[in-house]
Each structure stands twice: as structure tokens, then as C-alpha cells.
Ligand binder design. Structure first.
Ligand code: IVH
Length: 699
């Protein structure tokens, strides 16, 4: 009817707008997850968005667009990896979430095989990525992700870098080597490895002066590490593997039971879960699941349930599958580690680059054995999108061992006393109005002298400019005493001033002043890297220096000119350009120039570098060093004119091997690259006066 038309039209428009908004959000989340390995929303939220979009599209089929995220198979191969068909489909598992559901599963199987007596094998359900490994006459020939179950991605090169995965099946373990076998299992990351990786990424970003992109949890970390285009990156990521199943098997007898199957996998050299257990009854299987649920956070890696499998493989075959789910196995999923608590407040922290990060302060909540008092909120948009209000009861979820996230506010529990929260317009530490780059998600404090940024800035500056003796402790004293307001003030320090600080004596004061003075000889590109512009690391700084030759030219550059430089993408260009438009930053550059730093490319700068003892030589470090930290070693090598290579190639001059080295050593030996001991390096550094005095951070 005519009178209805505007209303239904309006409603349709609203639905369309909502579907559009959902798609945009899902795509953003996909991009962050898959391309940047840096999720911006929790898995639960992602599922919620997809559910809503699916429901909208189902109710309004005309709204479906061919490129809608609902139309793509989840986990579909990313561009860049070849697609491969599995020899036998990779099945998934039906879920049970309560004891009755487990009993119902057993009863369904009993109806198909009424005479059978079932025994069960119970295993942890590892929360990683399933992997299909094909061995041809014992030789690893293919590693493929699950994909849609029929077709996955060929990630063989990356899989070969995982130490748990044998390149050749062990023939001496007592299990025959088949002509063809598909070994299936899970790639995952242990919590300790995940934390160490995030720490390393943070350290590297700090060294490079960029914002660290950390993984939100071990599963994302494993997925992101496996889907790297460059196997060299995968090899540097600590991935683990557990085998639990077989697909195609040719030229050997099928194992008679699941327990035997696990025995074969073990004999061939695969890690198999030590927690896999055979039980006689479904009650024992239930007890196993309960036990695993109670201890799930003590394992050192993430599991999200228990898998109960009927042990007899003849029975398995008889039972077959319903769709993609075998009748002979079920995943008993743990209740999510989720709880409700009060949102007490939102604190905003300021990092070295000035980025402001909101963190939720929560009333203490026990979740999976730990007490949680804070949760991650990512950025301003996230808080707004969730419409979080102080005093809200919020749903908190714990994913594995990481900082928990807030799923949503329980709007239905509001009583009107909740206070809306707005992102601060001024820096919570120094009160300078904050800025937010157009199109960017990050808000930051532009004040270089902001105390929150100041200390970290000084430490970073000293590291990049190679100012010996200016480590964390001294930087703290200098900043605390207000002797320096920005790093340019370092160049005006006097011995008398230093002697007023605790711990300084004539000699140490003179030494520090000397290394500050020496740092003035650092080339322009170093200065550009040291001043801490977001996203400007060594490579970008070099490109900027080469491209503009002087700070003056750079100050007058347009954003287009900056982004035209090799190795400087639009993101870096935008960040540099924006930074240069801020008055205090321009004054700071002038101050550095006045202090006598090199603010242009000088030919004697590079000439001087050419004459250094390590000029023209490349180095790479592997394993842990005992007499200096890796950062110190790299710094010292660079100070002597050497370069740090990203990976082992034929042209590498020295591979310095510390304790517990990785696979780089074998590669170097294969390519004929000389390997050196830590003592050799230390001797070289001593000889050229570049050995740091002591390890900065003892672990
Ligand atoms: S058996 C036909 N065993 O769970 C049965 N799966 O939800 C194939 N998973 O895609 C799987 N731990 O990635 C099996 N011990 C385990 C497992 C396990 C984790 C994963 C696997 C599968 C998913 C199904």
C-alpha cells in the first residue's frame, strides 16, 4: 500500500546500510587478521558479526553481493599460495557441550552398530591450524592447510621449517613405511614461544623505531607465522606440531585402532600428545574431558576441548560420516573462559611514539585460574563501537594466556547510572591536545617532551646514535633530574651538571660526554632514524636521507615527494609529512642542527664509514650470546661499518653462532658461509674498541 511504502522503503534502506556496515567491518577485521596478523576484534565478536550478516542476507536475499564475506569459504586460500586438493577430504568434528550431548553421540553410534562394544581414545583438542602432510615413500612432499576441507593451500616450504615435522619418516621405529600416507595434525604455538615472539617483535620494532605489531593470541600467531610468503620468516617463528590422524594410506596395512594409529605416528617420528588416553566407557571419557577442562590453562599451549574417538577403526569405517562430520568422533568443547564483571574505568597509556592506548580497568574476575583486572581495548573506535560505559557489566573473554578482551557491554543490565566515556582530547600525561591522523585508528600525543614519551625517546635515541654509557638507568636519571627536556639537550650537558647526579664520578661523566660528542659524527640517516618518527626505521631513514640529502629539503617536501622514494610507502610518507608539519618538531630539528649534528648527507660521512674495520662486510647472528646482548652485538657491528643481513645467503660474510643456534648453521655450512664463535666476535669488537661494557639486560 502507498502509505506503507515510505516505511518499508526506509526499513529496507536501513537493512541495506546495516549489511554494508557489517561487511565493511568484517573485511577490516579480515585484513587485520590475515594480512597484518594483527586482529582488531575478538573471535567471538567476529563470529557475532558474521552471524548477523548471514541472518540479514538470508532474510533479504536481494541484499547478497557476490563479494560479501558470507560468500567466501572461511579459511579460503590466501592469494599467493597454490591450491591443492587433499587426497581424502579433511573432515571436521561435531561438537558436544554437555554430558547429555556426549551420551547422545554414543547412543547414535550404538544405533548404527547395535552389537558393538565401544572403547574410546581421548585426546586434547589443540587450538591451532590443522595440517595435512603427504609422505611419498617416506619423503615429505606436500604440506597443505585445511582450506575448505577439500582444497587447501600449499605451504610445503614453510612446513619444512618446523622442527617437529620430519622431512623423512623414521623407518626404524617399528612401523612400515607406506607408499603414500597423509599425516594429519595441528600446528600450534606454545605460550612461552608466543610470548618470546611478541617480545622479540616488540624489541625489533623498538630498535627500528616503529610501532610493534603484536599477535593477540597464540593461535593467530601460529596462523600468521605459517602463512608467511617467505619461509625465512616462518623459520624464525617457533611453531610446534602434534599428529593425531591419518588420511590416505597406500601400500601399508591400516592400523586396527586409533591407539595403534597414534603408535605408528610416534614410530615415524611425530610428536603425539602424551595426554592421549584409551578408556573403556563413555563415563571415563566424560571424566577425561572434565579433567582436561579443569587443567586447560596449565598446559603451556591452548586447547579448546577434548576429542573423543571410537578406538576400533573397523567400527569407525562402519559408522562413516554425516556430511563433513564423522560419526565416530566428537569434540567435547570446553565452556569458553568467559565471565561478567564491572567496568570500573578506562585508562589511557602513552607509548614511546606517543600512541594512546585505552585499557579497561575491571573489578577482579576469576577466569581460568587467574584473576583478571584489566582488558585490552585496542583503540578509540573500539570503545565507541562497543558503546562501553563506566559502570557497565561487561562480558570478558580469556583466549589462552593473553590479556583478555571485552566482548560486549550487557546493555540490559544498565540502570542509568553508567557514565559514557569519551576518548581524552588531551594527553593524560602532559595535557597536550592529542592528534589523530586522518584515516588512521591511532590517536597520539604530539609533544616530544611528554614525560611518558621522553624517557623511551632518550633510550631509543641513544641506542640508534650509539651513545655508549647512556642506557636505561642513566637515561632515567637524566630525565628525572630535568637536565634534559628533549634529546637535543644532551648536547649541552656539562660535566658539572652530570656530577650532580647520583652515581656519576669524574671519569664516568667524562666518558658519557665523550660518547655524546662522538655521536655528532653519526650520518644524517642515523639522526633521522633516532628522532623517533612513527614507522621510520633504518631502511626508511636511509631512503629519506638519500632522497632529500638534507633536513631543510625534507622540511619543504610534499607528501607525494616523500612517498615517491623507494621503500617509503604511503603510510610512512604520511607519518613523516604529518610529523614535519608540527611546529615543535620543526624547532626540534633546528635545535639538533644548532647542536652540531649532521642534518645533511655529507660525503665525508660515507667516506669515513668506508674506512671502518667492518665496511663492506655482512653479519648475521644466531643463537643466544652470553657476553653481550644481541642488540648490543648488532649495534657494535654497525658502529664498525658492518651490515646485519636479514637471512643466510651465499653472499653473507660471517654467521656468528651463539648457544642453541637454529637451522641457520646448517644452511650456512651448505652455502659455504664462514661460521664464527661469540669469542671471535668479542675479540674483534675489543680490538676495535667497540665492545660494550656490560650486558644491558640480563635475562
Ligand atoms: S581429529 C575426522 N583430533 O579440530 C577427525 N582433530 O573441529 C579429524 N583438532 O579440523 C580431526 N585436535 O583441526 C582431531 N586431537 C585432535 C584434534 C583435532 C584439534 C582440530 C582439527 C579439526 C578440528 C575439528
Amino acid at each position: 500500500m502507498a502509505t506503507d511504502a515510505p516505511d518499508s522503503q526506509q526499513q529496507e534502506n536501513q537493512t541495506e546500510q546495516r549489511a554494508d556496515a557489517l561487511r565493511t567491518r568484517i573485511r577490516e577485521a579480515d585484513r587485520a587478521y590475515y594480512e597484518q596478523d594483527n586482529p582488531i576484534i575478538s573471535d567471538a565478536e567476529y563470529d557475532e558479526l558474521m552471524r548477523e550478516l548471514r541472518a540479514l542476507e538470508e532474510a533479504n536475499p536481494a541484499l547478497v553481493t557476490p563479494d560479501s564475506p558470507t560468500q567466501a569459504v572461511s579459511g579460503a586460500p590466501a592469494a599467493g599460495f597454490a591450491k591443492v586438493r587433499h587426497r581424502t577430504p579433511m573432515l571436521s568434528l561435531a561438537n558436544a557441550r554437555a554430558p547429555e550431548e556426549l551420551l547422545a553421540w554414543r547412543d547414535r553410534a550404538a544405533r548404527v552398530l547395535p552389537q558393538a562394544v565401544f572403547r574410546y581414545v581421548c585426546e586434547p583438542k589443540i587450538d591451532g591450524l590443522s595440517m595435512n602432510l603427504t609422505y611419498d615413500h617416506g619423503e615429505l612432499v606436500l604440506g597443505a592447510t585445511r582450506g575448505d576441507g577439500l582444497v587447501g593451500e600449499d605451504v610445503t616450504a614453510n612446513v619444512r621449517t618446523i622442527k617437529d615435522i620430519p622431512h623423512r619418516l623414521n623407518a626404524d621405529g617399528g612401523a612400515p613405511i607406506p607408499d603414500i600416507v597423509e599425516v594429519r595434525g595441528e600446528i600450534y604455538m606454545r605460550h612461552s614461544d608466543f610470548e618470546a615472539l611478541n617480545q622479540r617483535l616488540a624489541d625489533e620494532a623498538e630498535q627500528a623505531g616503529t610501532t610493534p605489531r603484536l599477535f593477540a593470541n597464540a593461535r593467530n600467531s601460529a596462523a600468521g607465522s605459517l602463512r608467511q610468503k617467505d619461509p625465512q620468516i616462518t623459520v624464525s617463528r617457533p611453531l610446534s606440531f602434534l599428529a593425531y590422524h591419518m588420511g590416505a594410506l597406500e601400500g601399508a596395512d591400516e592400523p586396527a585402532t586409533q591407539a595403534d594409529l597414534l603408535g605408528y605416528l610416534r614410530a615415524w617420528g611425530f610428536p603425539v600428545s602424551p595426554l592421549a588416553t584409551r578408556v573403556e566407557t563413555i563415563e571415563e571419557a566424560q571424566a577425561y574431558a572434565d579433567q582436561r577442562a579443569a587443567a586447560r590453562f596449565d598446559l603451556g599451549y591452548d586447547i579448546d576441548g577434548a576429542v573423543i574417538k571410537i578406538d576400533d577403526r573397523w567400527q569407525q569405517q562402519e559408522l562413516g560420516s554425516v556430511g563433513r562430520d564423522p560419526r565416530w568422533a566428537i569434540a567435547y568443547k570446553f565452556a569458553p573462559a568467559e565471565g561478567n564483571t564491572k567496568l570500573l574505568g578506562i585508562n589511557v597509556s602513552v607509548g614511546r611514539t606517543g600512541a594512546l592506548t585505552p585499557i579497561a580497568s575491571l573489578a577482579p574476575l576469576k577466569l581460568g585460574g587467574v584473576t583478571i583486572t584489566s582488558a585490552q581495548l585496542f583503540n578509540e573506535d573500539e570503545v565507541r563501537r562497543k558503546d562501553l560505559r563506566i559502570g557497565d557489566t561487561v562480558v570478558v573473554q580469556r583466549h589462552g594466556d593473553v590479556i583478555p578482551g571485552i566482548v560486549k557491554a550487557m546493555v540490559e543490565l544498565r540502570d542509568g547510572t553508567e557514565q559514557p566515556w569519551t576518548f581524552p582530547t588531551n594527553c593524560p600525561v602532559c595535557d597536550t591536545p592529542v592528534v589523530r591522523a586522518e584515516g588512521g585508528a591511532v590517536t597520539y600525543c604530539p609533544n616530544l617532551q611528554c614525560p611518558a614519551r621522553h624517557l623511551e625517546n632518550v633510550i631509543h635515541f641513544a641506542a640508534v646514535m650509539d651513545i655508549r654509557g647512556l642506557g636505561e638507568a642513566i637515561a632515567e636519571r637524566l630525565v628525572g633530574s630535568a637536565l634534559i627536556h628533549d634529546v637535543a639537550d644532551l648536547y649541552h650537558l656539562t660535566k658539572e651538571q652530570l656530577l650532580t647526579l647520583p652515581g656519576f664520578q669524574e671519569k664516568s661523566a667524562e666518558n658519557l660526554l665523550r660518547s655524546i660528542e662522538t655521536s655528532k659524527r653519526q650520518p644524517f640517516e642515523r639522526v633521522l632514524c633516532a628522532i623517533g618518527i612513527r614507522f621510520v626505521g633504518e631502511k626508511a631513514a636511509e631512503s629519506l636521507a638519500q632522497g632529500f640529502r638534507s633536513a631543510d629539503a625534507l622540511l619543504n617536501a610534499t607528501e607525494e615527494e616523500i612517498s615517491a622514494l623507494p621503500g617509503v610507502g604511503p603510510k610512512i610518507a604520511h607519518s613523516v609529512y604529518e610529523w614535519l608539519q608540527v611546529d615543535t618538531h620543526r624547532q626540534f630539528i633546528e635545535k639538533l642542527k644548532a647542536a652540531g649534528l649532521r642534518m645533511e648527507v655529507t660525503d665525508d660521512g660515507s667516506a669515513a664509514r668506508d674506512g671502518l674495520p667492518f665496511s663492506g662486510q655482512t653479519f648475521l647472528l644466531t643463537g643466544s650470546l652470553s657476553q653481550l646482548t644481541r642488540g648490543q652485538a648488532e649495534q657494535a657491528i654497525k658502529a664498525l661499518g658492518g651490515k646485519i643481513a636479514p637471512s643466510v645467503t651465499k653472499s653473507l660474510d660471517h654467521l656468528v653462532v651463539g648457544d642453541a643456534p637454529g637451522s641457520k648453521v646448517a644452511k650456512a655450512e651448505k652455502l659455504g658461509v664462514p661460521t664464527r664463535t661469540e669469542d671471535w666476535l668479542v675479540e674483534q669488537l675489543r680490538e676495535h674498541g667497540a665492545m660494550p661494557e656490560k650486558r644491558e639486560r640480563l635475562s
